[in-house]
Design a protein around this ligand. Structure first.
Ligand code: ZN
Ligand code: ZN
Length: 382
């Protein structure tokens, strides 16, 4: 089955699911193949889009966006270009400045906005598409994160990261020739974001069993299969081969869609993401250069696994037995190292104090019952 058939199949299973969740019928089209970006002009003409805006940054312009702009103009489209400006620390961030740059730059007559780049560029485009009621088209340039398909946009507003309701893309042109040529550091980050599903899925079971939180077996299965496929392909991903990076991108897209189906991040974001968000906010306060999302998540997942293994040794609570099934912390670190990502907080440039603070406070970020919350609120008060 190709990706669109698999998405249709998951949709069907979700519609039949009686877990109590609302299940959204996801209608994102995925074009994942060599030369996928050459299909953009045809798609625009099918949709009768004649005037579009292409958004990129200094990195993704030369590797993909300039070619797309040329081909769209050659096909007779009116194309406005917006190159997002980097923040003081050197990279584009999804903050007020980037959002305003895009809001002011998009012409009234533009029918669609095409994001060409990383997760950050996608988040800026998805919120502006939601606010201006424009169609959102996605061209990811690296298999670096599972958020391309997201309906929510994590944005930094007044120095605080918050997720705003926005829109998912209507189509993703995932061009193997483009994203498989991304720096291995980006691929390793995408792998780290996937590895985080070990703890997010386990935490989801704990949220269900101890917190009585909603649980959807279809979304769980979908994320688990994506994670298993990644682990099967770890050698190919480590080589950075087209086959490996394509398998990773496939998994990231499926993980993203599992969150869309239930309109919640539960399957793909647990304690490891809460810790990662804490680090991100503290780095921002210090004015430090941001670290790739998946790089932080991967390391946080390994550390959290160590703590969860400890937890199951010291408590008889049945809900925590699920943590027994996690791979060992050393195995998680070894996989991260194999794909070429950071394996320790030291390598990430995160101090022991920051690690301690994040683990002590991360559970307060989201109203979710995780093992992390239990360790901080129940064990510490004993
Ligand atoms: Zn993530
Ligand atoms: Zn369900």
């Amino acid at each position: 089955m190709n990706m669109n058939e698999r998405i249709a199949d998951w949709n069907r299973r979700a519609q039949e699911c009686d877990c109590g969740h609302e299940h959204r019928a996801v209608d994102i089209q995925v074009v994942m193949e060599h030369g996928a970006i050459r299909k953009v002009p045809d798609y625009l003409s099918r949709k009768s889009y004649h005037h579009v805006t292409v958004v990129y940054d200094a990195n993704t312009g030369p590797i993909a966006a300039f070619g797309v702009v040329r081909s769209l103009r050659a096909a007779g489209n009116r194309v406005d270009e917006i190159c997002l400006r980097p923040a003081a620390a050197g990279d584009v961030i999804a903050d007020e400045a980037a959002i305003v740059q895009l809001l002011l730059g998009v012409q009234q007559g533009s029918q669609a906005i095409i994001a060409i780049g990383s997760g950050t560029i996608h988040d800026v485009v998805r919120i502006v598409c939601a606010k201006m009621n424009k169609s959102f088209l996605s061209i990811p340039t690296a298999a670096s994160v599972d958020g391309f398909t997201s309906a929510g946009a994590p944005l930094i507003v007044n120095g605080v990261k918050q997720t705003f309701q926005a829109v998912p893309p209507e189509i993703i042109f995932a061009d193997i020739d483009v994203f498989a040529s991304a720096p291995q550091e980006m691929t390793a980050a995408g792998f780290g974001d996937m590895l985080g599903k070990f703890t997010s899925l386990a935490d989801w079971e704990v949220s269900r069993d101890l917190g009585g939180e909603p649980f959807c077996p279809v979304a769980y299965r979908m994320t688990k299969e994506a994670l298993d496929a990644c682990i099967d392909q770890v050698d190919a991903i480590a080589e950075g081969s087209q086959e490996g990076v394509t398998a990773l991108m496939d998994a990231l897209i499926m993980s993203g869609i599992s969150m869309l189906i239930i309109d919640h991040s539960r399957p793909a974001s647990g304690g490891e993401h809460h810790v990662s968000h804490r680090w991100e906010m503290e780095l921002m306060e210090l004015g430090r250069k941001p670290i790739l999302h998946g790089a932080k998540v991967g390391v946080a997942c390994a550390l959290l696994t160590g703590k969860y293994k400890e937890l199951v040794r010291t408590t008889n609570e049945r809900a925590f037995q699920v943590y027994h099934s996690l791979p060992e912390q050393e195995q998680l670190s070894a996989w991260l190292g194999q794909v070429g990502g950071p394996t320790t907080t030291e390598e990430l440039g995160i101090s022991p104090e920051m690690v301690e603070r994040a683990f002590a406070t991360a559970h307060t970020l989201r109203d979710r019952y995780t093992g992390l919350k239990y360790m901080n609120e129940v064990l510490c008060s004993k």
